[in-house]
Design a protein around this ligand. Sequence first.
Ligand SMILES: Nc1ncnc2c1ncn2[C@@H]1O[C@H](COP(=O)(O)OP(=O)(O)OP(=O)(O)O)[C@@H](O)[C@H]1O
Ligand SMILES: [Mg+2]
Length: 395
Amino acid sequence: MKSITVVSPEATVENRLLELYEGELAIRRVWSTEWREPGVAVMEICAANPNVVVLAGLEVEDAAILSADIDRRDPGIGVLALLDDSSPEDVMRILRAGARDALEADLSNDELRTAVDEILALVADRQRGMQERGSGPPRRVIVMIGPKGGSGKTTMATNLAAGAAQRYPGQVLLIDLDTQFGDVPSALGIQPEHSIADASVIGMNERTALKVFLTTHETGLAVLAAPESFAVASELRDDEIKRTIAALVEEFPMVIIDTAAGFDEAALVALELASDVIFVASPDVPAIRAVKKQLDALDAIGMGAPRRHLLINRADAKVGLSSDEIQETIGLVAEFQIPGSRQFPMSTNEGVPLVVGERRDKAAKPLAHLVDFFAPEPASGAASGIGSWFKRKDS
Ligand SMILES: Nc1ncnc2c1ncn2[C@@H]1O[C@H](COP(=O)(O)OP(=O)(O)OP(=O)(O)O)[C@@H](O)[C@H]1O
Ligand SMILES: [Mg+2]
């Protein structure tokens, strides 16, 4: 689902958009009185990977700075500025900064809808163009959530991340946010020397330094491990986690976050920055009910922005619920269905994700579908076309 992020101290514009686009677009609003530098603000604004950002109720000066910074960070996002009593010079200034449109805030609902629709169409074209050039994986922050322990979050996170990194080496990061029992390193067969606890002391403007705390897997996947002990994990503060993730999102276009079972504080922090959330559950009544509870909780706290996906693991369980029953219960289509397979525990024990081991297995195709969905094959751009033409000519 496409999404809009509203940046405004008030809920007025957010509510108008909700009324206009109910169910069609994901709308979220961000605002903080603690934004002291535009960099931090822009990170939070762009975190949910919006297609359009609407700035409302801001000083022209601030709107111009944010428009420029958002455009610089991700030209695939279209900015609409709604201004109060603006002069033509103000409008020009905002447009020159990189916003797609600048309009008076007292526009009608029809005008608002037209403006947003036009920007959506524009950015869709632009994004298509960027992807065709094959510049990198789509920008996403994907959080694995599962109400029940052992549902397969880590298995799916490591397979998705390793599969994506094989296509985009150096551009995919996996964060182990199961701060107490994180076992991503063993699932990947790596031995990290640092953890998120070390990384969390780094300031926002030193973010390139964060890379020293990462461990690289043979696929080219970067990994930020969970703390090595309970004692260290218990000292990790939410704001440190948030700052660390936000900084890393700037460095890696694709970030995948594994979390502990249920919703802990760390998972909620990750969700604030998420573009996508994948619920991992087995196809049984208690598990699906638990997912329903989590969905309701997200609704209750107003966390509507991340796109929600459902991954049914061990989907072939004989006594399992059918996809239709699941959809009926929780209103989400079981987009990804991974069958049970003995290869999974074996690959977990060996520390080699199934997508890497190239094993022949019934889970291979559904896993490939998961990877394809989030990290489609890089488009073969003009360069590779010429390369293969030369080869043909030589031979
Ligand atoms: N589709 C599957 N078929 C068979 N075994 C599986 C499947 N998916 C995962 N497993 C196995 O189940 C065990 C638990 O999986 P995993 O660690 O991924 O769950 P988790 O949700 O991360 O657990 P926790 O809540 O403890 O973090 C592992 O041994 C894994 O190999
Ligand atoms: Mg796990």
